[in-house]
Design a protein around this ligand. Structure first.
Ligand SMILES: [Zn+2]
Length: 235
């Protein structure tokens, strides 16, 4: 690892450790479930949470650096049990710089029913550009979860997928964007659940959803902090 890469890895260890605090702050995880990773830009490397470590004990030093086959290259502990899924996404989607996984309650309740979340809210149109889709059932361990994430999200506006009977995976241009998508996914899943519990939510016109998404991805926010909040589209 040359000096520049080592500096990037050190900074990403800090960032990824700190972003795990957002998962607990927004109550997206229980016990040691959930994980955040970041791609090391320009390298076939990623920084990811260690397996089975308490959230309170997560520091820059305890993060694990793996190559994009999931092999540990730096760090003493075992990486997250979801490392293969994260690695598969980075290999297949070069525009993705961050991946997050949670079992956040409301979104995972939709995943348990295998039901996509219809776009009933402007906030969902902004962040997800339409429905939040469901991915296939897949067992942990091999490439099946990664394949399910990539096949569902490729060509889709949504940076979040509800993996059936499992939970949420989100992608972003960096780890912070993927964490934001995980927070927003749970927020809209909760509101959609409440709305439907009380009656039949009203549909939104596809043209309005597209207009909101385009504005939010390209105009909204502070220009000086740079770029759109989502994953750059390849089209
Ligand atoms: Zn899981």
């Amino acid at each position: 690892m040359n000096t520049d890469t080592a500096r990037q890895v050190r900074a990403l260890r800090e960032t990824v450790a700190r972003l795990h605090g957002e998962l607990t702050r927004y109550a997206l995880v229980a016990w040691t479930a959930g994980n955040v990773s970041a791609r090391v830009p320009g390298q076939d490397l990623m920084v990811i949470k260690p397996s089975g470590v308490d959230y309170d004990a997560l520091t820059a030093e305890t993060m694990v650096v793996c190559d994009l086959n999931g092999t540990v290259v730096d760090g003493g502990g075992a990486p997250s049990s979801d490392t293969a899924a994260h690695a598969y996404v980075y290999r297949a989607m070069p525009q993705v710089g961050g991946v997050v996984h949670t079992h956040s309650s409301y979104a995972t309740a939709w995943a348990a029913r295998g039901e996509a979340i219809p776009c009933w809210l402007t906030a969902q149109a902004d962040e997800f550009g339409g429905e939040i889709p469901v991915g296939p059932f897949a067992l942990i361990g091999g490439d099946d979860i990664g394949k399910g994430i990539v096949s569902t999200l490729s060509g889709h506006r949504s940076p979040a997928v509800l993996m059936r009977n499992h939970g949420v995976f989100t992608i972003g241009r960096d780890a912070r964007a993927a964490v934001k998508a995980a927070v927003m996914c749970e927020d809209v899943a909760r509101t959609a659940h409440l709305a439907r519990a009380l009656g039949q939510p009203l549909p939104m016109a596809q043209a309005d959803i597209s207009s909101l998404h385009d504005r939010y991805q390209n105009v909204y926010g502070q220009r000086s902090t740079g770029g759109s909040p989502g994953v750059p589209r390849r089209s």
